[in-house]
Design a protein around this ligand. Structure first.
Ligand SMILES: O=C[C@H](O)COP(=O)(O)O
Length: 348
């Protein structure tokens, strides 16, 4: 057991967390059944229409303030955040070489001296997945071979989702054929504005079928959806259609993952769980770049959905630069309070 985990005091928030940090834990738990989806239930959707925005905003504001996480507890939570990360590069100037470097970072996310300072020993803690555009899937699969780090591909005409349905489905099939075992699809936001729930549902069902064994994450593009009610209804339709995860944002909208949006989505997840018994994953993504914000999201998950959701099978951060700050904070922890410059960390 790592020092960071072993030192956690009984009764502390981390002691309450499921600690499965030995080795990369990103593979699908044998016990966790995939979401088969359900028939589109417009009556159930109707029952979710009354979303109290100001109550959600108040709750989001108190969540982060209510707990302070210190010292070893904080290190343990940050390692948890690392293990729940989809380390991402989604830039128009991505290259195979950049993706190889990202994969190398995923394989060795912490500098040796930091890992040693944390007392990790032989324990390997890695991000859950590397997330790339389709042309880089094969490169990532090769670079990560044998590591158990998943390869996620953004798909269905990311980030807008506006190509013909046949094209979007084919894109999924090609990424799966290239070796992606997780597919992040985007929904056309107009279907939500026009409340075309049957069409959105049918598209998700088709995406899920095209994924086969690959896990399906459905990106709502919440910054485009205008209301928390839209967010909640779109999340519910995605789950009814068979999503394994619902994800906030592409990282390309002007507003990305926010805590009120996250609350609306996790409450939809809870409602779906109460209705079906199925546990659906949640992936906040876009603009999450500081260790402090990562802790806020972990607290939100723990408070709203509880311990079982704090595993890579059910929670991910989609983030391109979060790892740099996590590594920096962990260095601060092991060095007794010294910060290094960002450029000392390989992802900076
Ligand atoms: O899905 C992941 C996001 O695109 C990452 O966004 P970010 O670059 O703001 O961290």
């Amino acid at each position: 057991m790592s020092k960071a985990i072993a030192d956690v005091k009984p009764g502390s928030p981390v002691a309450a967390l499921p600690v499965r940090l030995a080795a990369n834990t990103a593979s699908t738990e044998p016990g966790l059944a995939r979401n088969p989806g359900m028939k589109l239930d417009l009556g159930f959707l109707e029952s979710l229409r009354n979303v109290n925005r100001s109550a959600l905003e108040r709750r989001a504001a108190t969540l982060a303030k209510r707990r302070s996480i210190k010292a070893d507890n904080q290190a343990a939570w940050l390692l948890r955040a690392l293990s729940c990360m989809d380390l991402t590069t989604l830039n128009s100037n991505d290259t195979d070489e950049r993706v190889r470097r990202l994969c190398a970072k995923a394989l060795n996310p912490l500098r040796k001296d930091i890992a040693a300072g944390l007392g990790l020993g032989e324990t390997v803690i890695r991000p859950a997945a590397v997330c790339v555009y389709h042309p880089f899937v094969a490169t990532a699969v090769e670079a990560l071979h044998g590591s158990r780090v998943h390869v996620a591909a953004v798909s269905t005409s990311f980030p807008h989702g506006l190509a013909p349905l046949e094209t979007r489905i084919r894109e999924i099939e090609l990424s799966v054929a290239a070796g992606a075992d997780e597919i992040d699809v985007v929904i056309p936001r107009g279907l939500v504005f026009e409340a075309r729930w049957p069409q959105l549902y049918d598209e998700i069902v088709a995406f899920r079928a095209a994924c086969g064994e690959a896990h399906l994450k459905v990106i709502l593009g919440t910054g485009d959806l205008a209301t928390l009610r839209n967010v909640m209804l779109a999340a519910m339709v995605a789950m009814m259609g068979g999503a394994d995860f619902v994800k906030t944002s592409t990282g390309k909208e002007s507003v990305n993952a926010t805590l009120p949006v996250g609350l609306a989505m996790v409450r939809a997840i809870r409602a779906y769980f109460e209705q079906t018994g199925q546990m659906i994953g949640f992936k906040p993504a876009g603009g999450i770049s500081t260790a402090k914000s990562a802790l806020d999201w972990l607290i939100l998950m723990k408070e709203e959905l509880g311990r079982p959701w704090l595993e890579p099978e059910l929670f991910r951060f989609g983030a391109s630069s979060l790892l740099t700050d996590i590594e920096r904070q962990l260095e601060h922890h092991v060095s007794g309070g010294r910060y290094s410059a960002n450029h000392r960390h390989a992802m900076a």
